[in-house]
Write a protein that binds this ligand. Sequence first.
Ligand code: AMP
Length: 393
Amino acid sequence: MKKEVIVLNCGSSSVKFAIIDADTGEAGLSGIAESLGNDDASISFKLNGQKEQQTLPANASHAEALAAIQNIIASTGVEPIALGHRVVHGGERFKEAALVDDSVLASVEEYASMAPLHNLANLKGITTAQAAYPDLPHVIVFDTSFFQQMPKRAYMYALPKALYEQHGVRKYGFHGTSHKFILDSTAQLLNKPVEQTSIISAHLGNGCSVTAIEKGVAVDTSMGFTPLEGLMMGTRCGDIDPSLPGTLQEKLGKSAAEINSLINKESGLAGISGLSNDCRTLEEAAEAGHEGALLALEMFCYRLAKYISSYMIAVPSLDAVVFTGGIGENSSYIRATTMGYFSHLGFTIDEQNNQAMRFGAKGNIASSSSTKPVLIVPTNEEWVIAAEAAKFA
Ligand code: AMP
């Protein structure tokens, strides 16, 4: 019997949904309800390869979207065995996936103080879905769990220690489900046990993070207390001088919330290029001579290369550098430019293989003389969530 799992990811104005075969990772159904709370709320989905679109009532709520999603799922005839929910912040309590109960939900709410936009929307999705599917196990997979074995020297900030003890101020890390999937997939590709596999995993999508994994354990990661720290991203600034937000508040006469929005939503590739947060648009514009686009891409690669190189300290048994996410899986330009910084360390790229590796392809783009492989491994976070949820069915 197929082990099919409903995977839900509720954002503040969207619900991503899928039916995933927990054994193969195949998605029979996948879709998204968007613009919830707005007058153009709609659902688009792909069922057995066929694309479909439905409008939702104006200002549709999460509950209305989930009711429509439930109808779509019912129309497939699939009998799901469990629901897997993505939750962004699991604090220090959740070192692995958790079956939903009152105490788990209370913790998700408690950790919302550290990820207010995400955890509260996630919570709303879970409780609505519980009402829709009361007889199935609901399982949460946290973005932060994979990083819970990081050593203290990696996750502490050099701030007064009481801030950690009293307020949980530390590096948590995000994109954990993706980095875990990349670890497992790479181990398979290299034909090694996961516990013996050591990689630097670069997840480059709209959000970007790098994780250092030594012998199957995440030992450092670029995102921090929130997903803002680390790499330059589509609209997030990544690392900046920590005194800047305060200075900008004074200089621009803006509130803390306004500066927070500026560094999360108006910065990164979009902020530097003045054009777009989309890597494809920037690559085309850079080729046509757009200076902002060129600078944005140069900064993105240089900063990424610095993170990858610093993690070579954290991963002495390095087997491979691995790229994933929309940019990592598809942009030969970003990969070649980033790895170009490593030529004096013995990494070399086979440009023909690099150009060919896109649209879900998996393999090595390093040339045969390279010190280590440089791998492209497409991520599949939904599969990790489905597989974890299926364990509770
Ligand atoms: P994700 O969040 O993983 O869906 O990744 C989104 C990012 O991937 C966007 O910045 C896209 O521009 C980028 N992306 C997707 N396809 C390509 C491509 N063929 N070349 C360059 N970037 C791409």
